[in-house]
Design a protein. Structure first.
Length: 186
């Protein structure tokens, strides 16, 4: 995000603080590094629960969260679950929608673009043959994701689309990212 060109509160974002953050990271790039964390515990069947609390940002561990966020995941009955929460594929769509929206709103605010409302609907196509190991030719994850937005703003759609593409989760999903898995047995 380049230097904020606006000031005050725009789209619910304190643009002055945003500008100060950009300046601080420009002066000391290590302040831009962050580490987010999630802990997960299996409950039963497809049901598992994640807690999210601690993270590292702005050069330090954050201590503002006194209680963790709790997220339950499960599968619907048709996928052998008990529907105790959204399934992981649905959480991926939620993460993408939320990050596209946040990125769009923050970058618009920094440029002085006012947004009255943002609504989105996402669809992802997934073939469980890959997950089940029934085909080496079927991807295990989403084959395609479509994000459709309805935005009330004076800015043109092409400009808003470019602002949304600053989303870290969009980048994570659209481009390969190394994932390491370590398993300890007891």
């Amino acid at each position: 995000m380049s230097q904020a060109t606006a000031s005050g509160i725009i789209n619910g974002v304190n643009v002055d603080r945003l500008g100060e953050t950009v300046q601080a990271i420009t002066a000391s790039p290590s302040l831009g590094r962050a580490q987010f964390r999630a802990k997960n515990r299996w409950v039963s069947g497809g049901h598992n629960r994640s807690t999210i609390q601690s993270f590292y940002a702005a050069g330090q561990e954050d201590s503002t969260r006194t209680e963790p966020f709790t997220l339950d995941a499960d599968e619907p009955p048709v996928l052998l679950g008990e529907d105790q929460g959204a399934n992981p594929a649905e959480y991926a769509l939620h993460a993408l929608a939320a990050c596209l929206t946040t990125s769009l709103v923050y970058h618009a605010a920094a440029r002085g673009i006012r947004i009255e409302s943002v609504e989105s609907s996402l669809e992802g196509d997934l073939d469980v043959q890959g997950f089940l190991g029934l085909s080496d030719h079927v991807r295990r994850g989403y084959q395609r994701i479509r994000a459709n937005f309805v935005i009330e703003s004076d800015a043109p759609a092409d400009q808003l689309k470019e602002l949304a593409r600053f989303s870290p989760i969009y980048d994570t999903i659209a481009n390969p990212v190394p994932v390491s898995i370590n398993i300890e047995t007891r």
